[in-house]
Design a protein around this ligand. Structure first.
Ligand code: TXA
Ligand code: MG
Length: 311
């Protein structure tokens, strides 16, 4: 695993203290980080990402005490979730405390909080000692980054240092659970519904119109520039199209063809890198074969359907 030098960490913290931005790795995807309590830093994130200002950001914390201070109330199921799954790929939405600027929450009275499980993110949070606002480090609506190179390519020419922590382990964004009213699963992720129901028996998946605005929840998201079609069969794909399938590349196919393994963990780990590669192939269309309909594939099916929604 790559590890930034102490000097790189010091420079990153200096920038954050000035209200400027630093991209950093987490176990899910790379984040575009800024001081979560500084409205100027939050504005800078929205500007660089090109994201509408009413789409709230996640506050990343390095300790439970930090998390509790951001919430107006922290009911015991929330604490149980934090104790069980943090540091880890789970974001908990709670009523916000007065400490949290409205800019962070896009004007909503709730705040999304998570403690990432990545040594570089945790070290940065420890040295900065304040929460970090961080959306995925990609332009609004585009493919999320899972390597330092993805972030550098996305923000080429911008003043944005990237702390290199290697490839993100999990590869898709955190699971989001809201405990503002009845427990709602706002975004599926690596931590699935069943594992969460051990603590929240009544938890259910939110319908698209339910819960607060959430940009990962807009229909078209995580999208390549090449139109992406999600299909049952490859009958309509030409031999020059870019393909992500479970089967092997046929001899006559000339375009990029990625054969995915039938393992949701491995698939998630590679998904965004595959989408970056398929997009870079210059094909007319990207064809992606549907994944199995079963709980372990839910988070992947969610990302694929959003990536295909614009096509
Ligand atoms: O894995 C992750 O969560 C990554 C890494 C960097 O931590 N971050 C991430 O951030 O995916 P972003 O901004 O791309 O997605 C954050 C999601 C959005 O769908 C946003 O609308 C939702 O969290 N969110 C933030 N605050 C919220 C709130 N108060 N209520 C409901 N949803 C909220
Ligand atoms: Mg995102």
């Amino acid at each position: 695993m790559n590890r930034p030098t102490p000097h790189e960490f010091e420079q990153a913290v200096q920038r954050l203290e000035q209200g400027r931005l630093v991209a950093f790795p987490t176990e899910t995807v790379y984040g575009l980080g800024g001081d979560a309590l500084n409205p100027r830093a939050i504005e800078a994130i929205f500007r660089l990402k090109g994201r509408p200002a009413d789409h709230p950001l996640i506050a990343h914390v390095g300790s439970l005490e930090q998390a509790v201070r951001l919430a107006a109330v922290c009911p015991s199921p929330a604490l149980e979730l934090m104790n069980r799954f943090w540091p880890g790929p789970l974001t908990v939405v709670l009523p916000k405390s007065d400490l949290v600027p409205w800019e962070l929450t896009g004007g909503q009275s709730s705040v999304a909080i998570r403690m990432p499980n990545h040594p570089v993110a945790l070290e940065l949070l420890r040295r900065f000692s304040k929460p970090l606002a961080a959306p995925s480090a990609n332009r609004y609506g585009r493919i999320s980054p899972t390597t330092c190179a993805h972030v550098r390519a996305e923000f080429e020419g911008d003043d944005l240092p990237v702390l290199d922590g290697g490839e993100c382990d999990i590869g898709i964004e955190s699971t989001i659970v809201s405990l503002v009213a009845e427990p709602l699963l706002l975004r599926p992720g690596h931590i699935g519904l069943e594992a969460l129901r051990a603590i929240l028996p009544d938890l259910r998946l939110a319908a698209t119109h339910e819960g607060p605005r959430a940009s990962g929840r807009t229909i078209s998201h995580y999208a390549p520039t090449t139109p992406l079609r999600l299909v049952q069969t490859l009958a309509h794909a030409s031999h020059r199209d870019a393909v992500l399938a479970f089967t092997a590349k046929p001899a006559h196919h000339e375009g990029v063809w990625i054969q995915a393994p039938m393992d949701p963990r491995v698939y998630a780990h590679h998904l965004y890198d595959w989408l970056h590669r398929l997009d870079a192939a210059g094909a007319h269309t990207i064809y992606v074969c549907q994944v199995p309909q079963s709980p372990e594939w839910d988070a992947i099916a969610d990302r694929l359907s959003r990536a295909s929604a614009g096509a």
